[in-house]
Ligand binder design. Structure first.
Ligand code: LMR
Length: 396
């Protein structure tokens, strides 16, 4: 039966990890998949998470099923983290939500919900966007269009062109926005630009679909939530897919949240019943473990403060790695000005070189990053930065 199917190419991001593992060059450098790494190149379990694991081991008394909506403590804690404790939408009981298997699971649940609302639904995504957005959202049955976002030549956001396209979007269309730390470009909207997006969302009556996978990695947990909170507090409907993979370091535990801000409580109840039935129809209920850990951290002041400190440390280290890369590129004679890397936010930078140059660096120097020129900043360290800079300079 299966021979009729075509052999597929490796995933553009996850496939890089496999290629990196197979490379025998002892000086290989992995800047591919978006995972945080320390100076030794390890992805350790956060200390707050390790402590929460001990608490969970003590308090968990059963492995019976949880419900399709997941852990309610996790859901409430995450909504406060994302929307703030004073969120009008939350206080008015206008937000439906389920714990999801990772940010991907959240994106998929919400996409399925959008298809249930309108099987001809259209989602506008940034050009470029995360490589998995289009297959993930598109295979739920939604049509995909793109809006201009980033100009490689000037390494900056094409805000005027983006707004021009958003002004043509039709009522009921969906516009996917990265809450912070845009993946793949690291180029984030300013507060003033978010304010303008709110105005065009009101004018065109499109539905903002916010993907927030790197909260805290840009400027801080509250600072990074600015655009999302602005839209949630000022629009009748917004949907949010959040991930705990990066900021809690819970990658393999698959922890995320799908949230739907609705116009009133009656609609919230409808949306809640729908997303629970979608979850039941795909995987029944999310894995319990990671959500339980996040619940423990968010509901304990000491653990919460420790976790915030760890997020700050990861963010500040990534900022210093950006500066180190820019300096090394300069010191090694780069003919291109890479100072824009210092302005980009979060885990990724878009180096604005061609796919041919990326592949040449991979083939000649065993430096692995996505063809688009996206690098995982957290994969840089004191030991590899000079080799990286020299490899980049060699293809300019
Ligand atoms: C990434 O963009 O590298 C991460 O979000 C991991 C993934 O699943 O692609």
């Amino acid at each position: 039966m299966f021979e009729v199917l075509p052999q597929l190419a490796p995933d553009p991001i996850l496939g890089l990890s496999a290629a990196y593992r197979e490379d025998t060059n002892p000086n290989k450098i992995d800047l591919g998949v978006g995972v945080y790494k320390d100076e030794q190149g390890n992805t350790p379990i956060l200390s707050s998470v390790a402590k929460a694991q001990t608490v969970l081991l003590e308090k968990e008394t059963s492995k019976t099923y949880i419900t399709p909506q997941g852990n309610q403590g996790f859901i409430d804690g995450m909504l406060s983290l994302l929307l703030g404790n004073a969120s009008k939408a939350m206080l008015a009981n206008r937000v439906a939500a389920v714990q999801a298997p990772g940010g991907c699971g959240a994106l998929r649940i919400l996409s399925e919900l959008l298809v249930r609302c309108n099987e001809n639904g259209k989602v506008w995504v940034s050009d470029p966007t995360w490589a998995n957005h289009i297959p993930l959202i598109g295979s739920a049955g939604l049509k995909i269009e793109t809006y201009p976002y980033f100009d490689k030549a000037s390494a900056s956001i094409r805000f005027d062109a983006m707004m021009e396209t958003l002004r043509t979007v039709e009522k009921g269309d969906i516009v996917l926005l990265h809450g912070c730390c845009h993946n793949p470009t690291g180029a984030d909207l300013t507060k003033a630009q978010w304010d303008e997006i709110l105005e065009v969302a009101k004018e065109r009556e499109f539905l903002p679909f916010i993907d927030v996978a790197y909260l805290g990695f840009g400027e801080g947990l509250d600072e990074d939530a600015y655009g999302m909170r602005l839209l949630v507090e000022n629009l009748p409907e917004v949907i949010i897919a959040a991930s705990c993979s990066k900021n809690f370091g819970l990658y393999r535990e698959r922890v995320g949240l799908a949230a739907i801000v609705t116009q009133d409580t009656a609609t919230r109840n409808i949306a809640q019943s729908q997303i629970q039935s979608i979850a039941r129809g795909i995987y029944s209920m999310p894995p319990s473990y990671g959500g339980a850990l996040v619940d423990i951290i968010l509901s304990d002041d000491a653990l919460y403060n420790e976790w915030v400190g760890e997020v700050d440390e990861m963010r500040n280290r990534m900022k210093s790695l950006r500066a180190m890369l820019v300096q090394n590129l300069h010191d090694n004679g780069a003919t291109k000005d890479f100072s824009f890397v210092n302005e980009q936010k979060g885990m990724f930078s878009f180096l604005c070189i061609t796919p041919e140059q990326v592949r040449e660096i991979r083939a000649k120097h065993s430096v692995y990053f996505v063809d688009s020129s996206r690098v995982n900043i957290a994969g840089i360290n004191q030991n590899n930065v000079e080799a990286l800079a020299k490899a980049l300079v060699s293809v300019l």
